[in-house]
Ligand binder design. Sequence first.
Ligand code: 13P
Length: 250
Amino acid sequence: MRKHIVAGNWKMNTTVAEGVELAKAVVAASAEVPADVKLIIAPPFTHLYPVAEVVKGSAVGLSSQNCANKEKGAYTGEVAVNMLESVGCQYVILGHSERREYYGETDATLVEKVKLALAQGLSPIFCIGEKKEEREAGRHFEVVTEQVKNVLFELTPEQMANVVVAYEPVWAIGTGLTATAEQAQEIHAEIRKVLAEKFGELAQEISILYGGSCNPTNAKELFACPDIDGGLIGGAALKADSFQAIALSF
Ligand code: 13P
């Protein structure tokens, strides 16, 4: 049985005070979420320390939205995996399309980040997904296959066992356009098939989340698909009640 996960990527939203309030509301809301659904929140770096205090002792996991591709040293503005671990993170979102698109993150850098995170005991939530023009050109399978192979095929099975994959079609992020359940299911199944080429049976154990305008209205249909194990939520994670409603959609 694969883990069901609903993770909230807060992106660059909320002040520290607002983030602490939101985290408190998520912890309160988590009481009604079944224990087999793992809730995770990913606030901005500045919020991690106080938010870690809020989620401590609760079932809510803590993630960052990125990490450095270096261990430590003269890398102004970067945050290392041991810092994230020491503040109480258990997860790190890596390879989000906004990082790839606006900050030039490459597969080569992502291999370094994923390996550093795993070595520090953090679970990467590794994001993949095609752009609008790639889907329109019928290249979506090819694009996600490349993203999986270029990064995740560099891992050992022991490392891969601690990775969560998130399929986020770029055209669906923040646009209100969701992939249909059929579109999402067929590509999730393909991602699992590609993972199985390298990792065999382990591919059946890997949680693959859907992200991109996932909300309380469409979550049920998406989560009912056999290869969709949860969601990576942007906008709808900024309110505890809609985040909770999504988590109650399995
Ligand atoms: P939205 O849910 O706002 O479309 O964002 C999805 C996302 O990018 C989560 O990482």
